[in-house]
Ligand binder design. Sequence first.
Ligand SMILES: NC(=O)c1ccc[n+]([C@@H]2O[C@H](COP(=O)([O-])OP(=O)(O)OC[C@H]3O[C@@H](n4cnc5c(N)ncnc54)[C@H](OP(=O)(O)O)[C@@H]3O)[C@@H](O)[C@H]2O)c1
Length: 253
Amino acid sequence: MESPSSQPLDGQSAIVTGASSGIGEATARALAGAGARVALAARRVERLESLRDDIEGEGGTAVVVETDVTDRDQVQALADKAQSEFGGIDILINNAGLMPLSYMKNLHEEEWERMVDVNLKGVLYNIGAVLPVMTKQGSGHIVNISSVAGRRVMPGGAVYSATKFGVRALSEGMRDELGAEGIRVTSVEPGAVDTELPETITDEELMDDIEGMMSGFDILESEDIARKILEAVTSPEHVNVEEIVIMPSGQRM
Ligand SMILES: NC(=O)c1ccc[n+]([C@@H]2O[C@H](COP(=O)([O-])OP(=O)(O)OC[C@H]3O[C@@H](n4cnc5c(N)ncnc54)[C@H](OP(=O)(O)O)[C@@H]3O)[C@@H](O)[C@H]2O)c1
């Protein structure tokens, strides 16, 4: 008989990138609350330390690993740390991202490049770091955070969408290839969520235009996304939740 205190993710371990705020932070809390030991990765270490303290205060287990996902060596060190601390890697939440939307004509080329580096290459580095471990285990679950912008393109969102369409395509191909290896892959595609993400926008012309588009409805909370991710990773082994599209009820785009 199961002990009354058993949790669905007891004995499992997870890496969460971008755990210092928003969706990553909420998901790390949800996974830890369900019994997983969690490696918290991002650049803002003090935020991660505070999150670790909260998780440990609730009786959970977490380690902080300062990681810039654009640096492949740091991403490998993150996977190595999770592997050595926890003895395996069962779940990767591939979440770190930024969204400096801008109109193409305004040529925010450094921001274009940054989005490719973080949203796409960072996601790939994390996949490359955990796959050998998961393949050897014959099990694992990779959750890639795409966006509704990975399905349709909003004004000023051409480059952001290019990265998020890319992440969605990657998830589709990975699920097809890796299912037979016992590795599940889920693409998460939220609409507007109340996080720090829009703070990366610097195109003033665009800021004026999108203000109207994002008002008049209740946007999602990070916990709404975390709850759906938890459902996916706690599904029975033979169930792969391939895509999660989650929108604010009132959002049109
Ligand atoms: N909010 C939305 O409406 C929405 C909708 C759809 C999809 N998403 C996606 O959800 C994911 C999380 O975003 P969020 O909304 O939760 O925004 P957020 O609160 O701004 O979180 C972004 C996270 O990414 C991390 N990050 C950024 N650059 C990084 C780097 N170079 N190395 C490591 N970590 C880095 C940040 O940590 P540090 O700055 O501490 O490194 C932060 O923890 C993103 O992929 C985003 O595209 C968001």
